[in-house]
Design a protein around this ligand. Structure first.
Ligand code: UDX
Length: 442
């Protein structure tokens, strides 16, 4: 079975590489010729553990190829659309669908009726988009009798950065929104390799599938915000939020995942998808108090972290130095999108605080980020910590967990640690003579 994946960004590349791992013939297409040239040389433009090996293995085995020519879709049984749906520049946070529709228009000129491919959106698109795509094809190529000769489906991704390959190959579930039994049969066949792993493949109508993606992400964002709010109460009145989360999570109805408090959620999905879901409510003249609260709470959370840092640093702030460990929105990625650090660091710079930052995924592009223009980047943790008034853990990279705290103590000017991810044990650090603060503990 030949599969085309249009858009070789994060989602498209992982999807294409993983389907090729199942032995399908996959072509990943992108209009960015430079990116395709890199991929043809087995150079991976994104940071994702395991992806490089998968790409090399499957290109060598001729299961996976790359192209910048959309005509390469010819002969495909399934065409995935995996282009970006960023937040629109104007409006209330709705997703910008221009890349999705551009691809559909181009496809309408290229699709061969005899191939009868199904067109599947992997991109995160608001409820109703599938129907719009069907209308678009009906208008652009009426002779093809859309929905009869070939079909539209929705198959949202649930890939976490840093563990995307695992999430693809061992998913909690696969969701497919279809409009007829023929499409359902093709997608069942596509995901047959997952049967052995007993991954549930859920078939729904197209709208439900589109909404499952947004509702899942918004619910997880709500769960994180909820525990962050509980953490605030613990800090004020006592209790330990980690114990509270553990006690709550043992209830199967609640579950223990995504109950880790922190500086607020970031990344390419949660902030964008909560905004887009809220925009869908507004567009349809419905009130959404919960989703709006999650969005506002999370924005506010980053500023709350700044206040926390200021209290510990103590005024005057000028020339105070903070060793800022981890700037990415989470570990195992070099992604900075909507990372709380993008708000916290400039706010601290504004009051004269010096930021000496370290991140295991640091690369030259970090220096070009405008929010980081005053940051002094350090190659190792000890250089960042030397002479600092505080060591701050922003991202819970593994290498910070086992850090040599005796050595750090000698290097810090003030033995203050602020642990925004609760990776250390308070008692241990206090016994070592540190002044230790974390999240959700008085
Ligand atoms: C997310 C979804 O998990 C994935 O299913 C979806 O399709 C894409 O978006 P991702 O953005 O890669 O994945 O990261 P995720 O691991 O979900 O974390 C998102 C943010 O929430 C991070 O900033 C993380 O630090 C934060 N988070 C997560 C918490 O603060 N606490 C938690 O308990 C979990």
């Amino acid at each position: 079975m030949k599969i085309s994946v249009i858009g070789s960004g994060y989602v498209g590349l992982v999807t294409g590489a993983c389907f090729s791992e199942f032995g399908y013939e996959v072509v990943c297409i992108d209009k960015d010729k430079k990116k395709i040239e890199l991929l043809k040389k087995n150079k991976i433009p994104i940071y994702e553990p395991g992806l490089g090996d998968l790409v090399i293995k499957n290109t060598n085995a001729n299961y996976l190829s790359f192209s910048s020519n959309l005509k390469s879709i010819r002969g495909s049984k399934i065409i995935f659309i995996a282009v970006g749906t960023p937040t629109a520049r104007r409006g209330d946070g709705e997703a910008d669908l221009k890349y999705v529709f551009q691809v559909c228009k181009q496809l309408s000129k290229l699709i061969d009726k005899n191939d009868k491919p199904i067109i599947v959106t992997k991109s995160t698109v608001p409820i109703g988009t599938g129907k719009e795509i069907i209308r678009l094809f009906q208008n652009l190529c009426p002779k093809l009798k859309y929905e009869v000769d070939y079909n539209i489906a929705s198959n949202p991704e649930f890939l976490r950065e840093g563990s995307a390959i695992e999430d693809f190959l061992r998913p909690d579930r696969v969701v497919c929104g279809v409009a007829n039994p023929q499409t359902e049969a093709i997608l069942k066949e596509l995901y047959r390799p997952l049967n052995l792993r007993e991954a549930p493949v859920v078939f729904t109508d197209i709208e439900s599938a589109e909404l499952i993606k947004y509702a899942s992400n918004a619910f997880l964002a709500l769960k994180i915000s909820f525990i962050n709010e509980v953490a605030d109460l613990c800090e004020k009145v006592g209790g330990n939020v980690q114990m509270v989360a553990k006690g709550m999570g043992l209830d199967n109805r609640i579950g223990s995942k995504f109950l880790h408090p922190g500086p607020g959620f970031g990344g390419s999905c949660f902030p964008k998808d909560t905004r887009a879901l809220y925009a869908s409510f507004k567009k349809n003249k419905l009130k959404s108090t919960l989703i709006k609260a999650v969005i506002d709470f999370n924005e506010d959370r980053k500023l709350k972290m700044v206040k926390k840092i200021k209290i510990l640093l103590k005024s005057p702030y000028k020339q105070k130095k903070v060793a800022f460990l981890g700037v990415t929105f989470k570990p195992n990625t070099d992604d900075l999108r909507e990372s709380p650090s993008l708000v916290i660091i400039p706010e601290l710079n504004k009051i004269g605080v010096d930021i000496h930052a370290h991140d295991p995924a640091f690369n030259k592009s970090f220096e070009k980020i405008k929010q980081f223009k005053k940051v002094k980047w350090k190659k190792n943790i000890f250089d960042a910590v030397k002479g600092a008034d505080m060591m701050l853990i922003h991202t819970e990279w593994n290498e910070y967990r086992g850090i040599d705290l005796e050595k750090i103590k000698k290097l810090l000017r003030n033995k203050v640690i602020l642990d925004l991810r609760n990776i250390f044990n308070r008692e241990e650090l206090e016994n070592m003579g540190y002044s230790y603060s974390s999240i959700g503990k008085k």
